[in-house]
Design a protein around this ligand. Sequence first.
Ligand code: ADP
Length: 404
Amino acid sequence: MKILVINTGSSSIKYELFDRQNNVRPASGLVEKIGEKTGIITHQAVLPEGNPVKIVEKGIIQDHHEGMNRIVDFITGSKCGVISDTRAISAVGHRVVHGGELFNSTTIIDQNVIAAIKKNIPLAPLHNPANLTGIEISKSIFPDALQVAVFDTAFHQTIPPDAFIYALPYSMYKKNRVRKYGFHGISHAYVCERGASYLKRTVSQMNFITIHLGNGASMAAVKKGKCIDTTMGMTPLAGLVMGTRSGDIDPAILVFMADHLKMSYKEIDLLLNKKSGLKGLCGTNDMREVIEKKNQGDEKAEIALKIYTYRIKKYIGAFFAALGTLDGVIFTAGIGENSPFVRALCCRGLEGLGIKIDHDKNISSSKKEREISPSGSKVKVLVIPTDEELKIAIETEKIIESYT
Ligand code: ADP
């Protein structure tokens, strides 16, 4: 079965083709800067005879429709095609950011599902419209393929009300759907499964704290395979310090910004989402640069790293309490997978909770799933590379098999 996984953003389409029968991933790529003068397509493929190719094309890509047509040209074309035509694709798996309370699992897309994703636009005004565009275009280009939605919020739908309802007037939850939803669910779910498998267990036997540290960052408390709390909230702004997002702050600071600094709500939104986090603290949102600056004696970078890792440590404690017992802590995504320094700072001083890191294991560079706690530790500390595209492909395959 061939499955195309698509992640459509407001000006981009990320894609990957999976051949599940042969367990290979013949093509992948990214269309960027759609609608701008400087559009870029980066396409990588392994041709049927085994040769790898990489193509980068620059120039205007008018809209998402053109972007998707260019992807199809690449994967079916005479130059670097890996399938004969679009009918070879059985299903298209779409990453959909916000399923709200309507979706707690992967679903086959029909008119009702499209209407429901539309209903959730107020909760994800930037992401859901782009995801819908991807779905509509994909339906027209792959009319014979089943369209499947895999939601970033679905994994968090098992969080109980005491953890997801804010202490605001209850009507705001009931009428306006103001509550914690959580994001990065595809990644948290994937690394839990891989972590359990690495430890030769099933997720239903394990209590994990998962720590996804990319440009966006979030943590989840996962009890026997079910998420019971997460750091992001109604939007992806809450929780951890991120590349450019503040994470948790006193909500009255927004009133202060409006009243005393005379900022408009758009300026406040921009400041919290784009000008805060690591970037706001020390001028760059790239963790490699932050660490480099700190190594050169930059005080702001040093304090930024302390604030960043302290927040994570605090949530490890909170989620340990929420879980009751803990079997493993899992680091993932760009920073979690690649920075021994950040991992060590997050876990420093947690020996009393049974959370320890083995220095040599932590610094040894590897792209593989691995344990970095001393052997025999009660709480295993793992590094598990995330793979959201693979998780979407697996979910898509599962639902199609149960459907047909
Ligand atoms: P995205 O959320 O965009 O998918 P990634 O998961 O790719 O982000 O993570 C990007 C972050 O990972 C950046 O802050 C980058 O600096 C950081 N990163 C990547 N490699 C390293 C490394 N070796 N050490 C520290 N940080 C790293």
